[in-house]
Design a protein around this ligand. Structure first.
Ligand SMILES: *Cc1c(COP(=O)(O)O)cnc(C)c1O
Length: 348
């Protein structure tokens, strides 16, 4: 069975598991005299995250969703308008910030040109015509196929935001995939946002965790919101220890995942009745339009699973394959073979 449903399927290594037993622990939800949590391993991971992103402070969360929501609720209040695009994870998948009975914030939408590049004109239009409480970006962009926002575009967004006194939040769940593809340090991208979240639980291979990074003042306030949302974790060194290993050892290997995704793209892009936008396969995600096969995304993924290839349905029209540290070159070859013979059978 080849499992390309998600890069959250990475499993902790032996080294990660033994790091848990050896690491010093404390109560993360209890603050020391500097306002930091008492768990020393969590503090070490947070310091590493700050250093990598060039931000003053960082805060560990159990999930990216909780970190994003804490960020939004720290920046904004009920009724504030937040600039997102309609395919953004925080809007399309997480949602709670925008629900009337939860966050009560109002989404307003900027566009992506051809599903590939952030349209600055549409953002300018929002800035000029709406009072915005926050601008969000997503890099890499999950539902658009793991595409990257280059530093120049992020700089332009940030410059517009600053000129209008609007804070910026980056959903960087796969920040290091973006850095790998764009050949820049995380700091270079993160200088163009006030706050950002990245996941250690995806391609980086840690079992659990996401980090929210920003100024000390912002993170101090976010710590209060985190607590209110039930985000305090106590001996979170248990998840921070593998996270430290993930950040120290696994950033450099993300390029392997990108190579495997390109390999799969090349093997399936000429297959009849399916469509992949080659320019969208920039990192470790391949989104495939399967409408012309006559199956819905869900039917397609269910049926191909029986042939030994697991992938996720995104909606009625599309399915998604994601590469990660278990995806060998042989797996990529086999995934291509299963995929093409399955689609061939369908169209006979
Ligand atoms: C996975 C993901 C999240 C949420 O992370 P969880 O840890 O699954 O809650 C947020 N944004 C993007 C772009 C993601 O891919």
């Amino acid at each position: 069975m080849i499992d390309l449903r998600s890069d959250t399927l990475t499993l902790p290594t032996e080294e990660m598991l033994s790091s848990i037993q050896a690491t010093p622990l404390g109560d993360e939800g209890r603050q020391d005299e500097n306002g930091r949590g008492e768990d020393p391993t969590t503090r070490e991971l947070e310091d590493l995250a700050s250093a990598l992103t060039g931000k003053e402070s960082a805060l560990l969360f159990s999930s990216g969703t909780l970190a994003n929501h804490t960020a939004i609720m720290t920046h904004c209040k009920r009724g504030d308008r937040i600039a997102v695009d309609e395919n953004m994870h925080i809007y399309r998948s997480e949602k709670a910030a925008f629900m009337d009975h939860f966050g009560g914030m109002k989404p307003v939408f900027y566009q992506y040109e051809n599903g590939l590049s952030l349209d600055l004109n549409s953002l300018d239009h929002l800035i000029d015509n709406m009072q915005l409480g926050l601008i969000c970006m997503e890099n890499t962009h999950n539902f658009l196929g793991g595409i990257c926002i280059p530093p120049e575009t992020m700089a332009k967004v940030y410059q517009r935001a600053m000129a209008n006194n609007i804070p910026v939040h980056l959903d960087g769940a796969r920040l290091f995939n973006a850095c790998t593809q764009l050949k820049v340090q995380a700091k270079e991208l993160c200088q163009y946002t006030d706050s950002l979240m990245f996941c250690i639980s995806k391609g980086l291979g840690a079992p659990i965790g996401s980090l929210l990074c920003g100024s000390k003042e912002f993170i101090d306030r976010a710590r209060e919101v985190k607590k209110l949302l039930g985000g305090n974790m106590r001996q979170s060194g248990i998840i921070a220890a593998p996270g430290i290993i993930a950040l120290k050892s696994n950033i450099h290997r993300l390029q392997e995942d990108h190579k495997a995704a390109k390999q799969i793209l090349q093997g399936i892009q000429d297959t009849k009745r399916i469509k992949v936008e080659p320019d969208s396969v920039q990192t470790n995600i391949i989104i495939i339009d399967i409408q012309d096969t006559g199956l819905t995304g869900h039917e397609f993924s269910k049926a191909i699973a029986k042939k030994g290839l697991l992938m996720n349905a995104i909606d009625d029209e599309t399915v998604r394959m994601v590469t990660y540290n278990k995806t060998t070159q042989e797996d990529a070859v086999e995934a291509i073979r299963i995929f093409n013979s399955f689609v061939d059978e369908l169209t006979k």
